[in-house]
Design a protein around this ligand. Structure first.
Ligand code: DQA
Length: 151
């Protein structure tokens, strides 16, 4: 079975509570339940994780490599704009497709959010689609895998 790791970084567990005008009102556990449901519909496994700690995110990206995951969907939160360690981790596992997701449109916000260190190593960046972005990211990875197999 296709196995994807869905990683959420710092403060994403506060979605539904924090800055509702930007991130919406849907509670984080409900977003995770929605992702699980959409994964089930597609016959894939979504291993959903969240941490506020940069090193956990690096460990999990490496784990995806050592445990042969088929892809990663990651919303690194603010570490998107600061973490070279995270970018290096994504780069290190390059054959594994990674899609970066942001609930908000980071390009329409403060300038410091316009930079993503890991985006150059991701197959796509999806921003501004709210929780649906995670589903779009899973489909992006599934399409990528299908294309690779047909080559
Ligand atoms: C975010 C955007 C980041 O700039 C911010 O630090 C977050 C959430 C998003 O999903 O829109 O925590 O990644």
């Amino acid at each position: 079975m296709t196995k994807l790791m869905i990683i959420n970084g710092p403060n994403l567990n506060m979605v539904g509570i924090r800055e509702k005008n930007i991130y919406g009102t849907q509670a984080f556990p409900d977003i995770i339940a929605m992702i699980q449901e959409e994964a089930k519909k597609r016959g894939i496994e979504a291993d959903c994780r969240q941490s506020n700690h940069e090193g956990d995110l690096v460990d999990w990206i490496q784990e995806a490599w050592f445990q042969s995951y088929d892809g990663i969907v990651i919303n690194p939160g603010a570490y998107t704009h600061t973490s070279i360690a995270l970018a290096d981790a994504v780069h290190a596992i390059e054959p594994i497709p990674v899609v970066e997701v942001h609930l908000s449109d980071i390009m329409a916000r403060e300038e410091f959010r316009h930079v993503s260190y890991e985006a150059p190593y991701c197959i796509a960046q999806i921003k501004g689609h709210g929780p649906q972005g995670y589903v779009m990211a899973m489909d992006e990875i599934l399409n990528h895998i299908a294309k690779e197999r047909n080559q």
